[in-house]
Design a protein around this ligand. Structure first.
Ligand code: MBD
Ligand code: FE
Length: 306
């Protein structure tokens, strides 16, 4: 069939049959996607067996709750960031810390504190490097933003995230820190290790077919928000990781690479109330003022709330 025949058929089956009220936006999207699927079946001569295998794949991926992971791995989530960047540029919005993907592993409801939080539960402190992350939240002119909400989440030394990894304590390595009066936040935590897709999972299954790995570099996620400013979704990725520029989720970006400095100076260790050398990352965040013409950066997606 050619595209005109396909479009006619899709319209006959999914538009002309309407007898109830129509959500025209959903109708528009369904008609387009079904038509594009039919066209792909034509162009690639997709067999019935291949089509059913594909639907079965989505059933399995959904049941495994891996569709968010698949969206990251196929580059869909990064593509949406690139589109958001382009929309911002078109609206004349420049500056601020770059955005990058949220990923599928945020959990709402983490413990809140002002200025400082210890993020780890101590279970890895004997075996894993201590990490101090600090920084200042400012606007694009360098004015500090006291009280900015800094939500931080990251993996443990096995690349696993609490809640999804039931062996970890509740909200381990997840905190909400309100910046202090000087716009500063400090997190005391442990060094994360990059995430790897479950090797037997549905996402890795497709990545294997593509000859791709499913690894991310070591990274730390952020949501940063404050009244009057655009919500920022970002991460830093840590210099020295073999996957830094080979991230299966394409989240590493210029301006979001952090260096973990080794701190061995005894006075500095004592000043931080620590008893061993630690790693230090400074990650300052610049928020852009909310403005009328700006596309929203609040994305409504299903998130776990613990
Ligand atoms: C992660 O930790 C992550 O950040 C993304 C984007 C995908 C899978 C795991
Ligand atoms: Fe992550």
């Amino acid at each position: 069939m050619n595209r005109q025949e396909i479009d006619k058929l899709v319209k006959q089956m999914n538009v002309d049959t309407a007898t109830g009220s129509v959500d025209t936006r959903v109708q528009q999207i369904v008609v387009r996607l079904v038509g594009d699927l039919f066209q792909a079946i034509e162009d690639l001569d997709i067999s019935q067996t291949e089509l059913w295998k594909g639907l079965e794949y989505f059933t399995d991926a959904g049941q495994a709750n891996e569709l968010g992971l698949l969206a990251a791995g196929l580059g869909l989530e990064h593509y949406l960031d690139l589109r958001a960047d382009a929309a911002d540029a078109k609206a004349g919005i420049t500056g601020g810390t770059p955005r990058t993907i949220e990923g599928p592993l945020y959990v709402a409801g983490a413990p809140e504190s002002v200025g400082f939080a210890r993020m780890d539960d101590g279970s890895e402190s004997a075996t894993v490097d201590t990490l101090i992350i600090d920084g200042t939240v400012t606007d694009t002119e360098g004015n500090v933003i006291p009280n900015a909400k800094v939500e931080i989440w990251h993996a443990n030394s096995l690349g696993n995230y609490s809640f999804f990894d039931k062996s970890q304590s509740e909200f381990n390595l997840r905190r909400t820190i309100l910046a202090d009066a000087d716009g500063q936040y400090t997190a005391l935590t442990t060094m994360p290790v990059g995430y790897g897709c479950p090797p037997e999972g549905t996402t890795q299954f497709v990545l294997n077919k593509l000859g791709r790995h499913g690894n991310r570099p070591s990274h730390v996620h952020y949501f940063v928000s404050a009244p009057g400013y655009r919500k920022l979704t970002t991460q830093f990725n840590i210099e020295g990781d073999q996957y830094l520029w080979d991230d299966f989720a394409f989240a590493t970006r210029d301006g979001l690479v952090a260096t973990a400095a080794d701190v061995t100076d005894e006075t500095e260790i004592a000043r931080r109330n620590l008893d061993k050398a630690f790693k230090h990352i400074q990650f300052n965040v610049e928020l852009v003022k909310e403005q009328a013409a700006a596309p929203t950066t609040e994305i409504d997606r299903r998130r776990v709330s613990a």
